[in-house]
Write a protein that binds this ligand. Structure first.
Ligand code: AMP
Length: 170
């Protein structure tokens, strides 16, 4: 039986997982975490509730350099609700490493998000429209972004967001 120990994670991440009572990886985590830590491009298909947020959250928190203030990973999500949920889940994983996660989404103050993005912000999770606005305004700095996650990509494509996804990627 695999435990999170086999991934040789930073002690702060491992300890955070234990405090969340995540004692062993789910099947999707067992497959995804080693590949993501090795920085491979991957496409994952898995059921809701299978632990996919932790599957990408753990490698992103592990690979984030705390000293770097600029965003190092971008997570695209289809809805505001998911943005907040993913932010919370990842903050819990990165809490002891003091990983900062910023969520950006529409119908919420642009200026507040802008000032959050100006501070230390290792990981950014957001919905497409607002992310594009921050990119156009230059309030989201991308030169240190090394990782891109399309969460619920099928949902984003079903909602007709393919052009916006492409634009963010470009
Ligand atoms: P998700 O598929 O990301 O929606 O996650 C489903 C639920 O499983 C969430 O409530 C997580 O907190 C929980 N979870 C994720 N990974 C684990 C794990 N390794 N052990 C126990 N619970 C987990």
């Amino acid at each position: 039986m695999t435990s999170f120990k086999s991934f040789k994670l930073n002690a702060e991440i491992e300890q955070a997982l234990t405090s969340l009572r995540y004692y062993k990886p789910t099947p999707v985590q067992e497959k995804v975490i080693p590949l993501a830590l090795a920085k491979q491009d991957i496409i994952v298909e898995s059921q809701t509730g299978s632990g996919k947020t932790v599957a990408f959250g753990v490698p992103l928190c592990e690979l984030a350099e705390w000293e770097e203030n600029k965003p190092q990973a971008l997570i695209l999500v289809p809805t505001r609700e998911l943005a907040l949920q993913v932010k919370e889940d990842i903050m819990n994983i990165g809490r002891l490493k003091r990983i900062k996660v910023t969520a950006v989404f529409g119908k919420s103050s642009f200026k507040t998000q802008q000032s959050e993005l100006k501070q230390k912000s290792h990981l950014v999770v957001g919905t497409l429209g607002r992310l594009l606005e921050h990119l156009r305004e230059g309030t989201l700095v991308v030169d240190k972004i090394h990782h891109l996650v399309l969460d619920e990509a099928d949902e984003m494509l079903n909602m007709g967001f393919i052009d916006q996804v492409q634009e963010v990627m470009d």
